[in-house]
Design a protein around this ligand. Structure first.
Ligand SMILES: [Zn+2]
Length: 231
């Protein structure tokens, strides 16, 4: 049976940074891919009293629109992209049960064989909340179709935890997808910065090169295995 990949990301651009190569590779292989975002990625930059201003709302909308563009470049159909309006970097103020129910709904509906989400130790609070919500939503009861769960690393969050290094122990060769990963990231416009910012083409390529060196391929994405039924 063909693989089905569900990506649970906190914010638009996390999916490209974390597993854009894996998404493109899955689509190249004709596999179904669904991406869900639990929050928007903008309002952390503003004061709460400004959240309802038209300019801020327009920025949120543009970021969500860019998610469809970026994922379109990776071959994901718009009908399989689900954005949210929850405030960025405040997911710890959302009842976890709401996030869990939403993720459970997608798991029942989409029936993924693979799930990719955030690492538990990221510096970004929404990333950590996403990880915990996924663990709760994937209690191993009646979801035997879900064979592998992997955590991805997100530049400008994972590596900013300077006392715990991302424990990459599963690798995917993205040599054939690295350029599209960079193009998809460029679709996010200003989210892509100049080096030495971690969200720069140079550093994204550099990390892929480093993970590739760990796995013996030119470019790779590194993952941390959360759970596998294929031991
Ligand atoms: Zn994020």
């Amino acid at each position: 049976m063909s693989e089905r990949l569900l990506v649970v990301a906190a914010h638009p651009d996390d999916e490209v940074l974390g597993c854009g190569g894996a998404i493109a590779a899955a689509r190249d292989a004709g596999q179904a891919v669904r991406v869900i975002f639990l929050a928007e990625g903008i309002t952390a930059r503003y004061r709460p009293e400004d959240f309802d201003k038209p300019a801020v709302k327009a920025e949120v909308q543009a970021r969500n629109d860019n998610a469809f563009k970026a994922l379109g470049l990776l071959g994901v159909e718009a009908s399989e992209v689900f954005v949210n309006q929850r405030y960025c970097c405040r997911l710890d103020q959302v009842p976890q049960i709401d996030l869990v129910k939403e993720i459970e709904g997608h798991i029942r509906d989409f029936r993924p064989s693979r799930l990719m989400t955030h690492w538990s130790e990221d510096t970004n609070v929404d990333h950590r909340v996403a990880h915990r919500a996924v663990l709760a939503a994937t209690r191993p009861i009646g979801i035997g179709f879900l064979k592998r769960m992997l955590a991805f690393e997100v530049l400008s969050s994972s590596e900013w935890n300077t006392t715990a290094a991302f424990p990459a122990n599963a690798f995917l060769d993205i040599t054939a997808q690295i350029e599209r990963k960079l193009q998809a990231m460029a679709a996010y416009g200003d989210e892509m910065r100049e080096a030495p910012h971690p969200r720069s083409a140079e550093v994204i390529r550099g990390l892929a090169s480093f993970r590739g060196a760990q796995a013996g391929v030119r470019y790779a994405e590194g993952f941390s295995l959360i759970r596998s039924l294929e031991a």
